[in-house]
Design a binder for this molecule. Structure first.
Ligand SMILES: Cc1cc2nc3c(=O)[nH]c(=O)nc-3n(C[C@H](O)[C@H](O)[C@H](O)COP(=O)(O)O)c2cc1C
Length: 173
């Protein structure tokens, strides 16, 4: 039986070029809901998500993220912030929400990616987030311009997995 969750994890890739086609509001809502429904330490839910669709605001985002200028060309983006006082737990919680959102988008054939990494003060102030929040990432969203390559560059299974003890290959049983 096909496992759709594994298939999504297996095939999802960073998408950095988008068709000039809007992502329907209901799809965006579902993607963000996947983030909102994520588990978090002590169920603290320390996150806040800002959906951005206005072209001028998307351009602004692109100009503020050195490693993600292409956000400017996406039809939508989600700013992901977490309560600073939650520290490493907050970062972990928000990361989990990010992965749920990226996978849910992929399930709708919408490409995304993680851009930037924490302490994005320019994004925080421009979009009105209180200074109790840290912006962890910005996720551009859009229908991929071309079919993703499909072949992931990852370390081989046996290099990153051990069976019972570090360095012992996992047996088939
Ligand atoms: C924590 C994190 C931060 C990332 N930051 C960026 C970024 O700032 N800009 C970018 O274009 N991609 C970023 N990426 C995407 C990775 O570069 C990409 O997922 C990785 O190279 C593997 O490529 P693939 O997802 O297409 O297999 C980030 C990914 C993660 C998980």
């Amino acid at each position: 039986m096909a496992n759709e969750v594994f298939e999504a994890a297996r095939t999802v890739m960073a998408v950095r070029e988008y068709q000039d086609k809007p992502v329907p509001g209901e799809v965006l809502r579902r993607v963000i809901d996947a983030g909102r429904l994520s588990a978090s330490a002590s169920n603290g839910q320390p996150w806040h998500f800002i959906v951005v669709r206005d072209r001028a605001n998307l351009r602004k985002l692109g100009s503020l993220i050195r490693t993600g200028p292409y956000v400017a060309n996406a039809p939508a983006a989600i700013i992901v912030a977490y309560e600073k006082e939650k520290g490493e737990y907050g970062m972990s919680d928000a990361s989990r929400a990010i992965q749920n959102m990226i996978l849910t988008a992929w399930g709708e054939e919408v490409g995304s990616n993680w851009t930037g990494f924490a302490h994005m003060e320019g994004v925080r102030t421009e979009f009105g987030l209180p200074d109790t929040f840290d912006v962890l990432a910005v996720l551009p969203l859009g229908y991929p311009k071309r079919k993703p390559a499909g072949q992931k560059k990852r370390k081989p299974f046996d290099q990153v997995v051990s069976d019972e003890h570090f360095g012992k290959h996992m047996s088939a049983r």
